[in-house]
Write a protein that binds this ligand. Structure first.
Ligand SMILES: [Zn+2]
Ligand SMILES: [Zn+2]
Length: 146
């Protein structure tokens, strides 16, 4: 948490107990939770914290690059405390997003027209499918909606 406090201070953000709690909840979650899920979790310790506060806190963290927003998995917005280069597996059934690391994938050669046209700052692969818990659904021919 020292690193977190340091990063906040560097960005001129006050380190409040609520902010620490929001960050901790995200950091310990392994599924890239949405604001709603973190909010529900925090209500035990902070009965008065509003969903809006949690949401704004997460967006502030994302803005000063302490955390990331997970792109492209629709609503609600999901958050990622892991700012190291990594890839995602997205379960179409339970919507869990799982991190995985693979240096070979990270070093993947990009098409020339992409590197010519854009400045690439990150490479993230997002695999979709069914996680180990939901796998039986896929093999039983049950498909998730959407
Ligand atoms: Zn699943
Ligand atoms: Zn991630």
């Amino acid at each position: 948490m020292d690193r977190f406090s340091q990063l906040c201070r560097n960005q001129g953000l006050k380190v409040t107990p609520q902010r620490i709690a929001v960050y901790k909840a995200l950091k310990t979650a392994k599924d890239h939770p949405c604001a709603d899920k973190i909010h529900k979790q925090l209500l035990t310790d902070f009965p008065n914290i509003s969903l809006d506060t949690v949401n704004r806190t997460l967006l502030t963290f994302a803005k000063i690059k302490i955390i990331d927003i997970v792109e492209g998995q629709g609503d609600p917005r999901r958050f990622d405390p892991n700012r190291e280069e990594h890839h995602h597996f997205y379960c179409l059934s339970c919507n869990t997003i799982i991190d995985f690391h693979d240096p070979d994938l990270t070093q993947i050669q990009l098409p020339d027209d992409i590197t010519r046209s854009f400045t690439i700052t990150g490479k993230r692969l997002c695999l979709t499918g069914y996680c180990s818990r939901c796998r039986h659904l896929a093999s039983a021919g049950v498909t998730a909606v959407g």
